[in-house]
Design a protein around this ligand. Structure first.
Ligand code: MUC
Ligand code: MG
Length: 391
């Protein structure tokens, strides 16, 4: 092997000592309550605001990275609420990272796993902030840090969830006309089933035939409801049914999968790798919704995606109505996945009365584009932060 010339050695000596430069010196949190442009209803909650915890992590070299933990209706979509997320980061998770090298990302994930059970939305915000700061330090995108982007734009789904059929038709037609969205997720389960189906029939009848419709029932139907009403959903040509049964009813989902022609998607049923294994092995769904608030880190999301694919499932890029800060974190890791057959549903930035970053995301031609630039490629907007920070 050729000897390294002295000048080259100096180059090595000037190289940053990442372990020292990226030592985590400060973790700050702030709750944001951002109004949405309309009501957003699910089977067990109804929101007019999105509540986030924004995290800022400062490295020894002065670089600050940002992350976002999203919730939906307090501790009702999952057990996490912004009040608990902030308290657990301030008291347990943040201190576990202090004085640790941020460049050792998996080691920081292990420290967080030791500091608290579950708390996956909180952990994912810290993981995102570390990746953002590391990317800015190395002048690399988070997608590159995670293995490189295999796609620079992702087909995107919009959720219709006001429950007001007139408003939903108008909203959907406007999104189609603007060439922003032509795939829609319809929230069911907050009204009686017959009303839900009447609403679906109107959407099917009055939207262009090429419009894709999927339904998210958010655990609101029983197995008997499914046997009774799934044929109607099949007749309407829905392409996917998300989490109709309760999250822990893996056996019921497996039985349903044998009786319906529409693919079933697991969402609230799968947070951890073992739950992913169990769901795939049981045949409890042929599609898995991936979300940082469920998996706790970009690295875990990648691992769980691999388990799902190995189990014969297809992948769907899920959300919890993140702003463009949290959405950028998802797009960075979704871009690295070997497959993402169902695209993603990061419509969150567009349902907020004001987005939380200066740059925002680009939605064009029915796709959302991966931000470019170091780190996440988006910068928190201090005006939004101060306007909506919970004091
Ligand atoms: C869920 O259950 O999918 C994602 C989109 C939406 O409208 O609700 C969230 C949570
Ligand atoms: Mg869902």
């Amino acid at each position: 092997m050729e000897a390294v010339a002295p000048t080259d050695l100096r180059a090595f000596e000037d190289a940053p000592d990442l372990n020292r430069e990226t030592v985590i010196r400060e973790v700050q949190t702030c709750i944001l309550d951002v109004p949405t442009i309309r009501q957003h209803k699910l089977s067990n909650t109804n929101v007019t605001h999105q509540n986030y915890v924004h995290v800022a992590i400062r490295f020894e070299n002065g670089v600050t990275g940002y992350g976002e933990a999203s919730t939906l209706g307090g501790p009702r979509w999952s057990e996490e609420s912004v009040e608990a997320i902030k308290a657990n980061i301030d008291t347990y998770l943040g201190p576990a990272l202090l004085d640790q090298p941020g460049c050792k990302v998996e080691a920081s994930n292990a420290l967080l796993a030791k500091a608290a059970k579950r708390n996956f939305a909180a952990k994912s915000a810290l993981n995102t902030a570390i990746l953002d700061a590391l990317g800015k330090t190395l002048d690399l995108s988070v997608a590159t840090l995670l293995g490189g982007a295999s796609r620079d734009r992702i087909s995107v789904i919009w959720a219709l969830a006001s429950g007001d059929i007139g408003q939903e038709l108008e909203e959907a037609k406007a999104k189609i006309a603007a060439r922003l969205f032509n795939r829609f997720k319809i929230k069911l389960g907050f009204a009686d089933i017959r009303s839900d189906l009447r609403r679906l029939e109107r959407l099917r009848a009055e939207l262009p035939e090429s419009t894709e419709l999927i339904a998210d029932i958010n655990q609101a139907w029983s197995e008997a409801d499914c046997h009774r009403w799934m044929p109607a959903l099949e007749d309407m040509g829905l392409t996917l049914i998300e989490q109709p049964l309760e999250a822990d009813d893996i056996e019921g989902m497996a039985r349903l999968g044998q009786t319906t022609r529409i693919p079933l998607m697991l969402d609230e049923a799968v947070f951890t790798a073992r739950e992913a294994m169990r769901g795939a092995n049981a045949g409890a769904g042929s599609v898995l919704s991936l979300k940082l608030c469920k998996h706790g880190s970009a690295q875990n999301l990648q691992r769980i995606a691999g388990i799902a694919l190995a189990g014969g499932q297809e992948l769907y890029g899920g959300c919890l109505l993140e702003s463009s800060l949290g959405a950028a974190a998802h797009l960075a890791v979704f871009a690295t996945l070997p497959e993402l057959q169902w695209g993603c549903e990061h419509f969150g930035p567009l349902i907020l009365s004001k987005d939380t970053t200066v740059d925002g995301l680009v939605y064009e031609d029915f796709h959302v584009h991966l931000p470019t630039g170091p780190g996440l490629g988006v910068t928190p907007d201090p005006q939004t932060t101060s306007a909506f920070a919970r004091t």
